[in-house]
Ligand binder design. Structure first.
Ligand code: FAD
Length: 621
């Protein structure tokens, strides 16, 4: 049947990418349909019950700054919060939260169900309606035809999904869920480049069968960090403990003996797995000289006994998994509630995408999340938000929004994917960003909330809170610049205890804050009591301390702006550029970058090649 309504945006898949895509489009005023296999699994974490971490929390906070749901759901579902790299510089600090799976899911579902302009429908999308080079709708497995101006596909690990445990394998999208076979076949008919990747998950363990006295406790930070810019500690549920244990030589022996029945080593799995999240069999094989690997034992929630042993993802046969687990200290009598497994799935070469995440071959069709070769909830959510926003912009006949590398980790993520593609599951790290000091997790709102407001993504409530914070920062900076400290005064004496030498002349409190020995708290009350929020104080302190580095990064961005502003026409013929090696011609032809800056980032493209391109582009005029 033809459904009696046409949508601006149809989103396929209610995982982390799909939920942010649907929410973003609906926030922007577009009529949106979220079509997903199962409403009960909206916002489901397929693997590790945790949000954030190095590089990833930067994405979560960017999604939050643009009005997305992930950070707020984390504050409502987080049962342990920590700041990683807390002693290092602000660029690499990262918030990570252990989440109660059920609380997180219900927070996401509640947000979706309260979102204006958004309708949800439970059924599998099996087919796309494509007219000419344009997508115009989706057909479900029950034959319902939904018409839409744009379609965003966020099918995660479900496309042609195949689950492996030992030498047994079966079709599946994730344990307990059916795969998306028909949609995968339909996409393979379209002119996209498609490959296979794999990922895996550990067995889960019943806490009642664990000897916790043998494990090391690990509590979260106090005061408890908060994920969302609108969040508050008071929203967090009861906080919980995690534990640490280790594999040992007996564990490694069990694994080595089981390798002949491992699908990874037998050749049954062809897809490449995540480099930074390898299976325990891979770790034991690759790092043969290591006699032990750390395992973080994480609760799956406050109302369940299941534990997630982070670090022993495996697809070894179940009988080997039992021996492996029971060889670990504290787990001698452990009962496995769900076996670990690996999953192989289709992903599409992201070099076939535009910076808006629209596909190059089918207009109005967008891809976001694991389908683009990434791994991780945060990477998926960030792409989902961008694709949903751009689908809405297209439906509203507005220009696409494509964040730059110097503006957001979201810009880095998309630029890396579309210029370099990926051969293994791509995850975010701070080291992927060249302008790390500008792209901190603490200032995502200052970088993005204004543009989010212009796009229609940011609510009045968020905008008011943000504007107040921005004004408070400016006010406090002005106050510190106007607070003078004269030598031989009580104010000077107050700071001199921390300085190597007494003050030789007068300084402003802002000048003093630039000194490495002094913190914001040392200068804040030099003249009257400072009454500012801790998040405002943090911004004032970081801006003062890193001003020199930040200015240098800004200068570099300006210097390279000319390349960013030099477009390369879509029909540009690289074979005509004399002097370019055939390898570079082929790489540029495969990627088809849209600007000279992006061409310069294609792996293998040298500065000399960029100069040759520039000359040719100038000739073309
Ligand atoms: P998903 O979260 O997979 O969501 C896809 C959604 O689309 C689902 O709701 C599904 O039902 C729906 N859907 C799919 N096809 C259709 C269709 N045709 N019609 C309707 N609905 C459809 N990430 C890590 O960072 N580290 C890890 O170690 C890790 N291990 C993993 C292990 C396993 C076994 C799995 C399954 C995933 C693992 N992940 C890991 C990946 C992580 O789960 C994903 O990166 C993240 O969930 C991707 O989000 P997504 O929105 O793209 O897709």
């Amino acid at each position: 049947m033809d459904y009696p309504k046409t949508y601006d945006v149809i989103v396929i898949g209610g995982g982390h990418a799909g939920t942010e895509a649907a929410l973003a489009a609906a926030r922007m005023g577009s009529t949106t349909l979220l079509l997903t296999h199962n409403i009960e699994t909206l916002g489901q974490m397929s693997c590790n019950p945790a949000i954030g971490g190095i590089g990833k929390s930067h994405l979560v906070k960017e999604v939050d700054a643009l009005g997305g749901a992930m950070a707020e759901a984390t504050d409502l579902g987080g049962i342990q919060f920590r700041v990683l790299n807390a002693r290092k510089g602000p660029a690499v600090r990262a918030t990570r939260a252990q989440a109660d799976r059920a609380l997180y899911r219900s927070a996401i579902r509640a947000t979706l169900e309260h979102q204006q302009n958004l309708e949800i429908f439970q059924q599998a999308a099996d087919d796309l309606i494509v007219e000419g080079e344009r997508v115009t709708g989706v057909v479900t497995n029950a034959g319902v035809r939904f018409r839409g101006k744009t379609v965003v596909i966020t099918a995660g690990t479900f496309l042609g999904g195949r689950i492996h445990i030992g030498l047994d394998s079966h079709s599946g999208g994730r344990a307990g869920d059916a795969p998306a076979i028909a949609l995968a076949e339909r996409l393979r008919e379209l002119p996209f480049r498609v490959e296979r990747l794999k990922t895996g998950t550990p067995p889960r363990i019943d806490a009642r069968s664990v000897d916790f006295s043998a494990l090391e406790e690990q509590w979260g930070d106090t005061p408890t960090p908060v994920m969302s810019y609108l969040g508050a500690r008071s929203q967090h549920p009861r906080q919980a403990c995690c534990w640490i244990t280790h594999t040992n030589s007996a564990t490694h022996e069990v694994i080595r003996e089981g390798l002949d029945r491992s699908p990874m080593f037998s050749g049954d799995i062809e897809g490449v797995g995540p480099r930074y999240c390898p299976s325990i069999e891979d770790k034991v094989h690759r790092f043969a000289d290591k006699s032990s690997h750390q395992i973080f034992v994480e609760p799956e929630g406050l109302t369940t006994n299941e534990l997630y042993p982070n670090g022993i993802s495996t697809s070894l046969p179940f009988d080997v998994q039992i021996q492996l687990v029971q060889s670990i200290r504290g787990f001698e009598n452990a009962h496995i509630t769900r076996p670990g497994y690996a999953i192989e799935y289709d992903f599409f070469d992201p070099r076939d995408l535009l910076p808006s995440l629209e596909t190059k071959f089918i207009q109005g069709l967008y891809f976001a999340g694991q389908i683009n070769g990434t791994t991780g909830y945060e990477e998926a959510a960030a792409q989902g938000l961008l694709a949903g926003a751009n689908a809405a912009l297209r439906a509203q006949e507005r220009e696409a929004w494509c964040p730059r590398r110097d503006q957001a980790y979201l810009g880095v993520l998309v630029d890396d994917l579309i210029t370099s593609g990926t051969r293994e599951p791509y995850r975010m790290f701070t080291s992927r960003a060249e302008y790390r000091l500008l792209l901190r997790e603490d200032n995502a709102d200052l970088r993005l909330t204004e543009v989010g407001r212009e796009l229609g993504l940011v609510s009045d409530e968020r905008w008011a809170a943000f504007s107040e914070k921005r004004e408070a920062i400016a006010r406090e900076e002005r106050r510190l610049r106007e607070t003078w400290v004269h030598p031989k005064t009580t104010q000077a004496a107050a700071v001199e205890t921390k300085l190597p030498k007494p003050l030789a002349r007068e300084y402003s409190a802002m000048d003093l804050l630039r000194r490495p020995e002094l913190k914001y708290a040392d200068v804040a009350s030099l003249k009257g009591e400072a009454v500012v929020d801790e998040r405002v104080a943090e911004q004032v302190e970081i801006a003062a301390k890193y001003a020199g580095y930040i200015d240098r990064q800004r200068d570099e961005i300006e210097r390279l702006q000319a390349y960013e502003d030099t477009p390369i026409p879509a029909d540009f013929d690289y074979s005509n550029v004399s002097g370019l090696s055939s390898e570079v011609k082929q790489k540029l032809g495969d990627t088809r970058p849209d600007t000279l800056a992006r061409a310069s980032r294609v792996p293998g493209v040298t500065p000399a090649a960029v100069s040759l391109l520039l000359i040719q582009l100038k000739k073309r005029g």
